[in-house]
Design a protein around this ligand. Structure first.
Ligand SMILES: [Zn+2]
Ligand SMILES: [Zn+2]
Length: 670
């Protein structure tokens, strides 16, 4: 007998290994140790077979079956195989990295006791007092009942305005699923675990008797392995995790919830660029269970599915706890020149807020002091030496920093080209806005939250705590302040540079901007009275801002989907992006041109565009170029990619100097 094993390498087919006569035959889903060259590595058995194409003198014996760990389920194997096919990777490249650190290396002699210790790790902080059961409103109740009375696979879009209590629907649905089957498990996916401690705390408080584990990249190896094992062995009933948790082994999975399903972090990261949201839906289909996609601004892909009736739409239209919807005001800054980026209207609103001992948020999606330092005498602009972008000026330590590659240097005192000592900081970043607020409102307590202020572990949490406790009057920050935090006393929200995204070349930028604005506006809220959201713009008549001012996501989505359909863009076509990196731009472009012509004439139903430099053409000293591939039928694209990538690999081998390349299916940034 032979065992067919997948390992974490780019190879088309599983590798066959001989099973010694008399040794146990590994079943599919069993982890094994096999020799690869001179080393031993962990692989996954996907098939046991009496036949092999490998010559008898070349076949190697399997080293060891890891029988101490239960095998992975057929559903899990199907999920990873599907993901590998869809995203054009080898099965093992998806399956093996999805295992916890402990199981990715061959077990040592003390493996059993290591496992025993992991099985004893306490998986959550001491059960906090059980939360009071909140009463569900009518919409929440009917959502829960729609999801839980469904049998078999179905996708639900839980479309609820911010503050409408989506979390309560998640928790109640999970409760029903767990009650129905005493062994079932639930998976709750969240975009960024560090920004959602409130959600995790809510889950733990709501289910004090149940073992809840979290899974995210910020965990240590031991903690991660223990959580994985608990889920795999059915001891953990609820898993709260980020994108990688979509591959958690959950043999009794009964429900998948994806919170903030539109969030771009579900499709990100190094390695295989998969969409955790799309795979979660696929997983629900394979397992025959319900999948809930929650958002105040569903992704247009999801919304199109809901409109077509493929996903069932559930609406939560009311804010809970008597919190009124915010009033949105568009402030035209075309004529006035705002001081430190703050318009007089916003300044007045902030003055009033502070005078009434309420709180305000000022959102600007750019850190640093100013995005560029400029010389008015000769036109010199600060730029990164290794990237084709400006280097931002950070006044706090007087540095120039590249936000793409991390390069930094002391900011020059005088223009390096003409010697002019009077350099201008152009535009605004969080530091400059913070400085401006100190000047405009000297008595206000201003705090800033961005990547620079929160590098230290726990720094973000203590800054947020200061807002919750009332020790901060005005919070300035980037996207980090928009996610997950439910503040209680925010009377005013200011949005400073929405225009940058309004004018972006990326066809997904409007969708992202609308989601960000909605999320930022959602932080505004206090019991009883409406809060104000002031958006500063030079384009107050822009239809996107108009829709946002009416809090009309549905109108916006309709408008965008019409545009996308007219222009043949996703979700009406499927795309893949081949990108290449090289020391020379020409090399990267030539590689893509060769790759393009490798399959000329054999691409029926598939459109291949010309190779072009990427929008940021140089990062960290390497030039980057891209080739877009598109098809109306997803199946056509998949079939094309499968055949084509073998030829791309050949082109890559022949290209000198070496070109780094990768393929991304359903790219999010083009
Ligand atoms: Zn100069
Ligand atoms: Zn750089």
């Amino acid at each position: 007998m032979f065992a067919r094993i997948v390992i974490d390498l780019t190879i088309d087919q599983p590798l066959d290994y001989a099973i010694a006569p008399g040794s146990p035959e590994p079943e599919p889903g069993r982890l094994c140790v096999v020799p690869i060259g001179r080393r031993q590595c962990v692989g996954l058995c996907v098939e046991a077979t009496p036949l092999t194409n490998v010559a008898p003198d070349r076949i190697r014996p399997l080293s060891r079956v890891i029988s101490e760990v239960e095998r992975l389920s057929a559903g899990w194997l199907e999920l990873t195989r599907f993901a590998a096919d869809y995203y054009q990777h080898a099965w093992g490249e998806v399956a093996v990295p999805a295992l916890p650190p402990l199981l990715r290396t061959p077990p040592g002699p003390r493996f059993s006791s290591v496992l025993a210790r992991l099985r004893g790790v306490r998986l959550k902080s001491d059960a906090t007092a059980a939360a009071d059961r909140l009463e569900l409103n009518a919409e929440q109740r009917s959502s829960v009942s729609a999801i839980t009375t469904q049998s078999g696979f179905a996708s639900f879009v839980l479309y609820g305005v911010t503050g409408s209590g989506k979390t309560l629907v998640y928790l109640e649905t999970i409760a029903r699923i767990l009650e129905r089957d005493p062994e079932s498990q639930c998976l709750l996916l969240v975009p960024e675990i560090n920004l959602t401690p409130q959600l995790l705390a809510q889950v733990i408080a709501r289910f004090p008797e149940v073992s809840v584990v979290s899974m995210h990249s910020g965990m240590g190896d031991r903690e991660r392995s223990a959580a994985w094992l608990a889920a795999h062995e059915g001891r953990a009933r609820i898993v709260v995790g980020t994108r990688l948790a979509v591959f958690a082994s959950l043999p009794r999975l009964g429900l998948i919830v994806i919170d903030e399903e539109h969030d771009t972090s579900y499709k990100a990261g190094d390695g295989v660029r998969f969409s955790a949201r799309d795979l979660a839906v696929k997983r629900g289909q394979t397992e025959g269970i319900a999948v809930v996609l929650g958002s105040a601004t569903p992704s247009l892909e999801t919304w199109a599915h809901a409109q077509a009736g493929r996903y069932q739409l559930l609406r939560l239209s009311q804010r809970v706890e008597a919190r009124a919807q915010p009033v949105i005001e568009l402030i035209d800054i075309g004529r006035s020149q705002p001081v430190s980026g703050i318009s007089t209207e916003l300044e007045q609103a902030l003055q009033d807020t502070v005078a009434q001992a309420e709180q305000a948020l000022v959102f600007i999606n750019r850190r640093g002091y100013a995005p560029v330092l400029a010389c008015a005498a000769c036109g010199w602009l600060s730029s990164c030496g290794r990237c084709s972008v400006f280097a931002a000026f950070h006044k706090i330590d007087s540095t120039l920093r590249c936000h793409h590659c991390g390069w930094q240097a002391k900011a020059p005192r005088a223009c390096p080209t003409c010697g002019n000592q009077d350099l201008d900081a152009v535009g605004q970043g969080t530091q400059r806005v913070e400085e401006g607020l100190h000047r405009l409102l000297p008595s206000a307590r201003v705090a800033r939250i961005d990547r620079d202020t929160t590098r230290r572990r726990g720094a973000a949490e203590s800054a947020f705590d200061a807002v919750h406790s009332g020790a901060t009057d005005i919070l300035v920050g980037t996207q980090m302040i928009a996610k997950g935090h439910d503040f209680q006393r925010i009377a005013v929200v200011g949005v400073l540079n929405a225009d940058a995204q309004l004018l972006s070349h990326d066809f997904r930028a409007p969708e992202r901007l609308f989601a960000t604005l909605t999320q930022v506006a959602g932080r505004a809220g206090r019991a009883g009275r409406a809060s104000r959201v002031l958006v500063q713009t030079r384009y107050p008549r822009h239809p996107l801002l108009g829709a946002f001012a009416r809090l009309d996501y549905e109108g916006f989505a309709r408008m965008q989907l019409e545009e996308r359909r007219a222009a043949s863009m996703p979700p009406y076509v499927s795309q893949a992006l081949l990108t290449a990196e090289s020391r020379q731009l020409d090399q990267a472009l030539k590689f893509l041109a060769d790759a393009r012509s490798a399959r000329a004439g054999r691409n029926a139903g598939v459109k291949i565009y010309d190779p072009v430099p990427m929008p940021v053409a140089r990062v960290g000293g390497l030039y980057r170029a891209q080739l877009l591939i598109e098809a109306v039928q997803r199946g056509r694209l998949q079939a094309f990619l499968r055949a084509w990538l073998a030829e791309v690999r050949t082109c890559a081998k022949q290209s000198k100097p070496r070109v780094r390349w990768r393929i991304e299916v359903d790219p999010q940034e083009i």
